[in-house]
Each structure stands twice: as C-alpha cells, then as structure tokens.
Design a protein around this ligand. Structure first.
Ligand code: ZN
Length: 119
C-alpha cells in the first residue's frame, strides 16, 4: 500500500513518526490560541489624516487576534507584550502542525487496512 503521495508508508514508519510527534508534543510549552497580526487602523476623527485622500492610516500596530465563540477578538499590544506572547503563540502554531501530522498518520493507517474503505 502506498500513500497518496506515492511513497510507501508501512506500519513501522507510521509508529516511528507517531513516537516522534508525541515526544515533541510532550516538550511543548503552553499553546496560546490566536496569532500576532500587524494592523493599520482608522480612528473616529473624520478630520484626521487617516480619513484623507489618500488615507494615511495609524500604525501599524501589533495585535493579538483569536476566535472566541466564532467571534474574532483583537487586542492591541505594545512591543514588550508582543514579545512575551510570541513564544506561546508559536507553541500553538506548532501544536496545530503536529496535530495535522498526527491525523495524517491515522489516515495512512486506515489506507493500509484492507478491511477499511479508501479514506
Ligand atoms: Zn486618524
């Protein structure tokens, strides 16, 4: 059985990767949800240059955005705050990557099982 990429992925390879992924997850620090995004904004003062033609927006500002109950929550950060949150947000991104790889391994295992339908 070969994977969709055409490379043979046997049970031993799947198990080796599974062990590697779980080991890396075990070393991860806390994963903070969301991401750092640079944003330029308009203020409420219609006479301001940010409402001009062409507009000169304020910023860019670093923001932390995340989804809470399907709504995007945005917090503006000063540089020190951003530097402290960055590693936690990096943990979160890495965790999502590892979970995706983990799920891909499960798909390979199902592909290798002749008793299962093609996933
Ligand atoms: Zn303005």
């Amino acid at each position: 059985m070969t994977s969709r990429t055409g490379r043979r992925v046997g049970p031993a390879t799947i198990e080796r990767r599974r062990v590697k992924i779980t080991a890396e997850i075990a070393t991860l620090g806390l994963p903070l949800p969301g991401s750092l995004v640079e944003r330029s904004t308009r203020c409420g003062n219609t006479g301001c240059r940010c409402h001009g033609d062409p507009p000169q927006l304020h910023g860019p500002y670093l923001t932390w955005t995340r989804k809470v109950d399907n709504k995007t929550i945005t917090r503006t950060l000063d540089p020190a705050q951003a530097e402290r949150l960055r590693p936690l947000l990096d943990n979160s991104r890495r965790l999502r990557e590892l979970v995706s790889e983990f799920e891909a391994l499960a798909l390979r295992q199902v592909e290798n099982d002749p008793a299962q339908p093609d996933p």
